[in-house]
Design a protein around this ligand. Structure first.
Ligand code: TRP
Length: 452
């Protein structure tokens, strides 16, 4: 089929649109579902503090590297490396990232589908009158059914596909500009509700008053890994999004704003959740079920719980949607530009194949639970391989590529918009990206592989 190549590559139209889309990618299930439960599991504030340090010394520099690579090359995650390092194998990093996006989206779409089921349960008042044991049984029986979770996963992926199909400017940017402000309003409402509960202070001190005796070595490594996941780093998402950013935007300032927004929203999710957890005597370390089992229990006991449960699961779905959009875009941009197929075709092929890979992930919660590879079911295997192996190794190579291959001059030229912005942070940035980030990432990587 013959392709029309428009001279103008699609991209973000406005500064606010860039922020909404990149923050939309970063803020996701990682912030609202995962951050609170791993904070609870790791004992609270001391863990939060380590996570914040990781965000600043690793997250920010790697994010800025991805932006500089993407905007410098103006290509997708694979094409960017091919253009900046012609004839060299660096482009494999991009391919690795596209594969990671594929895999993450397969299981992320399953959890995103669960949020739709829970909006439905909240609206139909299905939690009413249940004990916490019954809520747990409900959750487990729902995720282990063969068809219902699959149906929601397909609905969620189709929604993602339609937005991506519409393009960068009229799909991704437009959707993010509506969804992100809505997300901020929803989480503010939930925060106000949580802070006016009796016992709110106890929840806040759990989140903000560090007790270092609760911090373990594994907790430190988990904080580091989560910094990557929550900022959407290590797999070329921000290379792809960076390639849509206008040449006169200040990349360092954008990276700073996105990192701050992502962190603030994670903390706001903690503020929405922990006061309620303490007010109703729930164990903060109850793990992955915190959002789907514990919170419905909290909502039941809370005045106005019916409305707040609807708001909460809607928030979770919106956060997930702007992230699934970014994951699909990496795949679509790469397919359409590298294989020279139309964007429509690339979106259809990408969406359908991700749905297919999602099927065993969803079924592994039920009928396929006993199908194990390396002792893990399909869902856990894909989650483990992507978060603990693919992201850190991708991030490490990206940092090395920016710091050592491109080097200070090329990076500074891109970050300073050809010298028109001052970039006084360059010496610190180079130190972080050449040495500190790679060493710290190597530590997470080796841990993820179980090597120490
Ligand atoms: N950052 C998102 C979250 O916190 C998830 C996500 C989107 C992601 N794109 C990613 C994670 C790329 C790792 C890599 O939920």
């Amino acid at each position: 089929m013959h392709q029309n190549h428009s001279p103008e590559r699609d991209g973000f139209a406005s500064r606010l649109g860039v922020l909404a889309a990149v923050a939309g990618s970063a803020v996701g299930l990682g912030n609202i579902w995962k951050f609170p439960y791993i904070t609870g599991k790791n004992g609270g504030a001391a863990f939060v503090l380590v996570y914040l340090v990781c965000i600043v010394i690793i997250g920010l520099p790697v994010m800025l590297s991805e932006f500089a690579i993407g905007r410098g090359a103006k290509r997708n995650a694979v094409g960017s490396f091919k253009k900046l390092a012609p004839g060299a194998p660096w482009y494999l990093t991009g391919l690795w990232g596209v594969a990671a996006a594929f895999i993450i989206l397969a299981y992320y779409g399953v959890v995103a589908g669960w949020t739709l089921e829970y909006i439905f349960s909240a609206v139909t008042n299905a939690f009413a009158g249940k004990t916490s044991v019954a809520l747990e049984a409900d959750f487990l029986s729902f995720i282990s059914q063969p068809f219902r979770p699959l149906l929601w996963q397909v609905v969620f992926m189709l929604l993602t596909g339609f937005i991506v199909l519409a393009g960068v400017k009229s799909g991704i940017e437009r959707a993010s500009k509506i969804l992100m402000p809505l997300l901020v309003v929803l989480i503010l409402v939930l925060d106000v509700r949580a802070l006016t509960l009796p016992g709110a202070m106890e929840g806040l001190s759990f989140l903000f008053k560090p007790d270092f005796s609760k911090l373990t070595a594994v907790g430190v490594l988990e904080a580091l890994g989560h910094a990557f996941f929550t900022l959407s780093l290590g797999m070329g998402i921000l290379i792809t999004y960076g390639s849509y950013i206008n040449k006169n935007e200040n990349l360092a300032f954008t990276a700073f704003q996105v990192t701050a927004a992502d962190t603030i929203i994670a903390l706001m999710a903690g503020v929405a959740i922990f006061p309620a957890v303490f007010a109703f005597n729930i164990e903060p370390s109850s793990g992955a079920g915190l959002a789907f089992i514990t919170l419905p229990n909290v909502f039941l006991q809370m005045p106005g719980g019916y409305v707040f449960s609807i708001l909460f699961f809607t928030l979770l779905a919106i956060a997930a949607l702007t992230s699934t959009i970014s994951l699909l875009e990496v795949v679509v941009a790469c397919f359409s530009e590298e294989l020279k197929i139309s964007r429509t075709r690339a979106t259809i092929v990408g969406t359908v194949s991700i749905i297919l890979l999602g099927i065993p992930c969803s079924l592994s919660q039920g009928v396929m639970a006993d199908f194990k590879i390396f002792g893990k079911n399909v869902f856990d295997l894909l989650e483990f391989a992507s978060s603990n192996i693919m992201l850190p190794s991708g991030g490490l190579i990206i940092a090395l590529f920016a710091g050592w291959y491109l080097g200070r001059n090329k990076i500074e030229k891109e970050l300073s918009n050809d010298g028109s912005l001052s970039a006084g942070y360059m010496p610190t940035f180079m130190l972080l990206v050449k040495f500190i980030a790679p060493i710290a990432i190597a530590v997470v990587f080796l841990h993820g592989m179980g090597l120490f």
